[in-house]
Design a protein around this ligand. Structure first.
Ligand code: SRM
Ligand code: SF4
Length: 575
């Protein structure tokens, strides 16, 4: 291995590291044999090695789990299909892009679009033969899927809405600039998906100046929050920037780092963690700070044990003081002391609201982010019709909702007419409880799901709505999040009531997350079914209705009421 070939990050020989490190190292900057795998007509799958690499390209191989046993019985290979995730920093897109993605979902995928908890689109059910067409269509729409998954910096999220104020606009453009700056640069993407001719390789060319050949030890997530709204759950990001205003101007950001949700059942050395605020930086320093933090993780993150490879463990193992010293050394300066800020909640603002410039924005509730036509609810067709006339923009939210943004006062009436024509329900049609709920995808596409989530949470919410109504608090919100396994894709460990799937129909129940994402919750019930969940939650909700103090959120009440202890540091989560 020559010095040039050696990644900056490999302080140990490859053979001592996790096999994925060799895979990345030997992949020729993420090319692998993806082209051959795509061309193989014998199977609907790609090779196992390429399966790891396509994640960097925003693509996951999956199989339809509803069909798994039947296919096995018939001695057929699993019903292989792919999930494709778009890179959409800040969740922002135009109506022409909406129309293009809507068309691609119907032509190349399962006819639905899915808004994710990191405010982007996912396509599900894409067959291998349609992958390239889909990728090219996404590119023609002016978008890409680079770094949407893989051991790199994922979709950069930010508090929407850029038109609400100048500060929002500035933060949104920073999120985009950071995403572009940190996206991997290998020409593999253009060669494989867009048929670009491989260039002549220059021996001395540095292909990945930030990452080197082995990229990062694990996924790495950035987010920007604009107080008082913590919709992005800034404390769950590897690196979160909290906007600090000085009057109407953006003064800079508090830097928060070391958050994350992923954990594994029965492995107490894994835990969700809240990011900690380490200082303040000016707006023009954000990209440098973000990059330098990623390089700390690149160089010190665990490349042996992938369950221990997130930034949160690097910081917790070595200490916050070590981290700050290391960061400041790389920056060549100190961070300023953190400034005051205040969050109020982590939900979305539904319905119409007016921006500083007199344009209007309408946030729709999209249950669990799934956009599809259902009986009496032609959501996908309605949004397509609106995209055909809307001249503004769209914003996807980290709560899986959609804002039809930048509607001129003249167009507002027309949009309202279309919403009505397609029976696109006013958010007020849904209870506050439902509007505060999120579920991850889980079955039938997610290969890691242990229990239903997107397909089940709506039913559980209906039952909880009855409990809330009967307790006389039917108009109140409790933040409820469900994940189909321990990985926490719906950020359930900061919910007031969180569920994580353990097996078919069985969930862990967590209580006590902070109303604005400031506190983790704690395990209350383990591996229980719906009847047990309701048996415990019913009396608790009734007691909450009777005994809560003015303005007291449910998450605070369950701690005061003695159900669980408050958890402010992930290292106490498993105590
Ligand atoms: Fe996630 C893996 C879906 C947000 C933590 N996540 C997966 C995979 C790709 C399953 C897999 O590895 O085979 C899921 C694909 C399911 C499917 O069929 O679509 C998946 N994650 C999702 C989405 C679509 C959930 C949703 O319903 O919206 C979200 C896509 C976000 C995006 O647009 O980029 C999604 N995942 C999250 C979040 C929330 C967030 O980032 O704000 C988390 C918790 C935060 C964090 O990273 O700590 C999250 N996903 C994970 C993990 C656990 C990581 C860990 O540190 O242990 C995995 C498993 C893994 O990486 O090994 C995972
Ligand atoms: Fe899949 Fe688990 Fe993430 Fe849900 S939480 S999408 S089941 S990995």
């Amino acid at each position: 291995m020559t010095d040039k070939d050696r990644s900056h990050d490999l302080s140990q020989p490859l053979e001592r590291l996790h096999p994925d490190e060799r895979l990345k190292f030997e992949s020729d900057y993420l090319r692998g044999t993806i082209v051959d795998s795509l061309a193989d007509p014998i199977t609907g799958a790609i090779s196992e090695r390429d399966n790891q690499l396509t994640k960097f390209h925003g693509i996951y191989q999956q199989d339809d789990r509803d069909l798994r046993s039947e296919r096995r019985r018939q001695k057929l290979e699993p019903a292989y299909q792919f999930m494709v995730r778009v890179r959409l920093p800040g969740g922002l897109c135009r109506p022409d892009q909406w129309l293009a993605l809507d068309r691609l979902a119907r032509d190349c995928a399962n006819g639905t679009l899915r808004i994710t908890t990191r405010q982007t689109f996912q396509f599900h059910g894409v067959l291998k033969r349609d992958l390239k067409k889909l990728m090219q269509g996404i590119s023609t729409a002016g978008l890409d899927t680079r770094a949407a998954c893989g051991d790199d910096t994922r979709g950069v999220v930010c508090t929407v809405n850029p038109w609400q104020s100048r500060i929002h606009a500035e933060v949104e453009s920073l999120a985009k600039a950071l995403s572009d700056h940190m996206a991997w640069r290998s020409p593999a993407y253009d060669e494989i998906w867009l048929d670009q001719e491989p260039g002549t390789s220059d021996e001395n060319e540095i292909v990945e100046p930030i990452y080197g050949r082995t990229y990062l030890p694990r996924k790495f997530k950035y987010g920007f929050a604009v107080p008082p709204i913590n919709d992005i759950d800034v404390y769950t990001q590897d690196v979160g920037f909290i906007a600090i205003a000085d009057g109407d101007e953006l003064a800079g950001f508090n830097v928060c780092t070391g958050g994350g949700m992923g954990r594994t059942d029965n492995e107490p050395q894994t835990y969700p963690q809240l990011g900690r605020v380490v200082g303040f930086c000016r707006t023009d320093q954000v990209i440098d700070v973000a990059e330098k933090i990623a390089t700390v993780q690149r160089d010190y993150g665990d490349r042996v044990d992938r369950k221990h490879a997130r930034m949160k463990y690097t910081i917790d193992d070595r200490g916050l003081d070590w981290f700050k010293r290391e960061l400041e050394q790389r920056l060549g300066r100190s961070l300023e002391p953190a400034r005051d800020y205040r969050f109020e909640h982590n939900g979305d603002r539904y319905g119409w609201f007016e921006g500083d410039d007199g344009n209007w924005h309408y946030t729709l509730f999209i249950e669990n982010g799934r956009i599809q036509d259902r009986d009496n609810h032609p959501l996908m067709s309605g949004l397509r019709a609106i995209a055909g006339e809307h001249e503004g923009d769209y914003l996807l939210t980290t709560n899986q909702n959609l804002t039809i943004a930048n509607v001129t006062p003249e167009m507002r009436e027309r949009i309202e007419k279309l919403l009505h024509e397609y029976a696109l329900r006013d958010p007020a049609h849904y209870s506050a409880l439902r509007r505060s709920s999120i579920a991850c995808v889980a079955f039938p596409t997610c290969g890691l799901a242990m229990a239903e989530s997107e397909r089940y949470l709506p039913d559980l919410i209906t039952k909880l709505e009855t409990v809330m109504e009967e307790a006389g608090i039917g108009d109140d919100a409790i933040i409820v999040r469900m994940s189909g396994c321990n990985n926490g894709c719906s950020r359930p460990y900061v919910a007031e009531i969180g569920f994580s799937g353990r097996g078919p129909g069985k969930y862990n129940v967590y209580l006590g997350g902070g109303y604005h994402g400031q506190r983790l919750n704690k395990l209350y019930l383990e591996n229980v079914d719906e009847a047990t969940i309701l048996e415990h939650l019913e009396p608790m909700i009734r007691r909450y209705a009777k005994e809560r103090q003015a303005g007291e959120p449910f998450g605070d009440f369950v701690i005061r009421g003695g159900y669980v202890a408050g958890v402010h540091d992930g290292r106490e989560f498993n105590d």
